[in-house]
Write a protein that binds this ligand. Structure first.
Ligand code: AMP
Length: 217
């Protein structure tokens, strides 16, 4: 078993790329954002605690997120692709300790970088399928659904994430800029770290990732 990691700012395409890659490479997609949104929509104890924080674009505390991730990893046997985790140096260090204790290998760490000016427009125009088991991602500018407000793949209504507003996006960028450099520095020294230029069409990035995942991490 191995875990691969996608890092990069909100709106850089981690979710979109992860969803395509897991189909192609039979990986298990673990998005902490999706898991937390699911907890919010089900009104679980964690969901109630993090709802307002998430809607305002703040990060959930490391202990809560690590707890969710480690519980999930203990249940999985296949290779995993993380999207949105780890997000802080402390999460990366805790994950590293967990992996070595469990004897799980770290695969690729893919860092998708993109110009900050691009991100806000991507995020505010993002729409996602409300059916969690589908979760398809659209963009009103660059990848609009065929029928307005309806998922092309499963026909469920599309929704606008509570934190995909301009205001919440700006808080998310503040959080990102506070936490990202140390996280990136932690992984940059590792042999499986790969930088990906994100200011390109999503299909081109996807092809590069497919190619990369053909190598042995
Ligand atoms: P995402 O779907 O990755 O954009 O995450 C949406 C929101 O979920 C973030 O703005 C945070 O509030 C929360 N979240 C997701 N992953 C993490 C994480 N690894 N650490 C802290 N908060 C997270």
């Amino acid at each position: 078993m191995k875990v691969h990691i996608l890092i990069g700012p909100p709106g850089c395409g981690k979710g979109t790329q992860a969803k395509r890659l897991v189909e192609k490479r039979s990986l298990i997609h673990l998005s902490t954002g999706d898991i937390l949104r699911d907890a919010v929509s089900k009104g679980t104890e964690i969901g109630l605690r993090v709802k307002a924080l998430m809607a305002s674009g703040m990060l959930v505390d490391d202990n809560t997120v690590n707890g969710i991730v480690f519980a999930r990893l203990q249940d999985e046997t296949g290779d995993v692709l993380f999207d949105g985790y780890p997000r802080t140096l402390s999460q990366a260090e805790s994950l590293q300790t967990f992996l070595s204790v469990q004897g799980i290998a770290l695969g690729f760490v893919v860092d998708i970088e993109i110009r900050e000016q691009e991100l806000e427009a991507r995020v505010v125009n993002r729409r996602v399928c409300s059916n969690n088991s589908c979760g398809a991602i659209y963009n009103l500018n660059s990848k609009a659904p065929r029928v307005e407000g309806v998922c092309d793949l499963c026909g469920s209504p599309l929704k606008h994430r509570a934190d995909d507003t301009t205001e919440a996006f700006r808080s998310r960028m503040v959080e990102f800029n506070k936490t990202f450099k140390p996280l990136q520095a932690f992984y940059q020294g590792m042999p499986n770290y790969r930088f990906v230029e994100g200011n390109r069409p999503p299909d081109e990035i996807y092809d590069q990732l497919v190619h990369l995942f053909q190598e042995q991490a």
